[in-house]
Design a binder for this molecule. Structure first.
Ligand SMILES: [Zn+2]
Length: 132
């Protein structure tokens, strides 16, 4: 039987990031991941945010602490992660939003790559799209 379909399987899940207040499309689910107004399962701590702002915590230090927090969150708040993964699998684009201006260092980018890694653990292919 001849094989006619040669196209690669598209990623099952799309992840992107943005600034709070951006307009969204119907196929997107916007998730606020800030400590101020967002889902605490994905937010940094106030201490981290303030320490980064006043210069006592470097980007590298912030990154290490945030990933450490998210590894704990993956264990302790799995339901929140699973909800995101399920939404992603359903075809919605997951949009992780924060107040930081576009192009600035921001935990939303760290979370996007963490979510991609968590999806991979469940056998879900995903891609992180640049900010629209
Ligand atoms: Zn941010």
């Amino acid at each position: 039987m001849p094989e006619t379909k040669a196209s690669a399987t598209p990623p099952a899940m799309k992840i992107t990031t943005g600034r709070i207040g951006r307009t969204s499309r119907p196929d997107e689910i916007v998730i606020d991941v800030t400590v101020k107004s967002g889902l605490k399962a994905f937010a940094p701590s106030w201490d981290m945010v303030m320490s980064y702002k006043n210069g006592t915590l470097s980007e590298k230090g912030y990154t290490e602490r945030y990933y450490e927090m998210m590894r704990a969150s993956w264990k302790n708040q799995r339901a929140a992660w699973q909800k995101l993964l399920d939404l992603g699998k359903s075809g919605k684009t997951i949009v992780l939003v924060c107040y930081c201006p576009r192009g600035d260092f921001c935990h939303r980018h760290l979370l996007a790559s963490m979510l991609k890694a968590c999806a991979r653990k469940q056998g879900i292919t995903s891609e992180v799209l640049p900010e629209a």
